[in-house]
Design a protein around this ligand. Structure first.
Ligand code: DDH
Length: 298
């Protein structure tokens, strides 16, 4: 008992505010060599790819079997690291490695989800409540099967199947999709190309406005042969086939338009649903502290 007590005294509790700050500090890097080496800054921020990492780590959850989700951080292992949906996410995982070294006690599951929250907030999005409690597994035995994440080439039926399996309803699916105000598609990762609107490092409701207000025309991506939709006036911005299909679905459309009309409503709903996504399947004890991190840019 004495030895156990000493250990408890020795273990410094992780200061998650410090971890948040450390992640915020690496989102932007003005060193050109870093840019070239990692090819990961895209539009000037690592934020979007961190959000995608947090989402793909969590979105494997299945409510029926209670498998998948961010607990375990199984994406570190094959075969999950090699699932096509996760192409390009090694960049995000690698860039978080120095933070893991600095705070070795944090689990990868907690680190990745915290990075997603940090990125959303630092890029101007809502405060997203976050709790620690994910425990890493030691090998890939509990990797989820391929096919649990959405296929952007399919339609609204597939999207509903995928997100209902995680436990989301239509409104939540549309609120989550607004994360595409951030980032871009890369031909060498997904086959698609370009950002969803012109300000991919600002978290906003511009994604919904773009869907509602622009004329979308079909285009083939030269590098991959994939079919996507582009804005007739600015063909550099794009929409995925799944998104045009969703927008044309009556059940989904009203929510898309609601969020195009009100950024405030989008921020409120996104905060709740992103928190829900990141907590799917996490075995919380119930006494965890709920963090509301303060954005360094606020
Ligand atoms: Fe997504 N997403 N996503 N997405 N996603 C891509 C990029 C990013 C779909 C397909 C793609 C969510 C939902 C969907 C982000 C966050 C979220 C890419 C491009 C494809 C394809 C990858 C690449 O080439 O680099 C589809 C389909 C759906 C769907 O709902 C039907 C959700 C729920 C989120 C979330 O975070 C809540 C982000 C951020 C990116 C940009 C990544 C980057 O590197 O930039």
């Amino acid at each position: 008992a004495a030895a156990k007590e000493t250990k408890t005294l020795d273990t410094k509790p992780i200061d998650y505010n410090e971890v948040y700050q450390a992640i915020a500090d690496i989102l932007e890097d003005n060193d050109i060599l870093t840019w070239l080496h990692y090819r990961s800054y895209d539009d000037g921020s690592l934020g979007p790819v961190f959000v995608r990492l947090a989402w793909h780590a969590s979105g494997t959850y299945d409510v029926e079997t209670k498998t998948g989700g961010s607990n375990g951080a199984t994406m570190r292992f094959q075969p999950e690291s090699l699932h096509a949906a996760n192409n390009g996410l090694a960049i995000a995982r690698d860039r978080l490695e120095p933070i893991k070294k600095k705070f070795p006690e944090i689990s990868y599951g907690d680190l990745w989800t915290l990075a997603g929250v940090c990125a959303v907030q630092e890029l101007g999005g809502p405060t997203v409540p976050w709790r620690a409690g994910r425990q890493d597994v030691e090998d890939g035995k509990t990797c989820t099967p391929d096919g649990r994440l959405p296929d952007a080439g399919q339609g609204e039926r597939h999207i509903r199947d995928i997100f209902y399996r995680m436990g989301f309803d239509d409104q939540e699916i549309v609120a989550l999709a607004g994360a595409h105000s951030l980032g871009r598609c890369h031909p060498d990762r997904s086959g698609f190309e370009g950002p969803w609107q012109e300000a991919p490092t600002v978290f906003s409701n511009e994604y919904y406005k773009a869907l509602r207000d622009r004329k979308w025309v079909k285009k083939t991506v030269k590098a991959s042969g994939a079919q996507q939709w582009v804005d007739k006036k600015n063909p550099d911005v794009m929409m995925l086939p799944a998104e045009i299909a969703m927008y044309n679905d009556k059940g989904f459309k009203k929510f898309f338009n609601e969020y195009a009309d009100s950024e405030e409503k989008f921020f409120t709903d996104f905060s709740k649903v992103f928190n829900k996504l990141l907590e799917l399947g996490v075995p919380f004890k119930g006494d965890e502290k709920v963090y509301h991190f303060k954005a360094t840019t606020a």
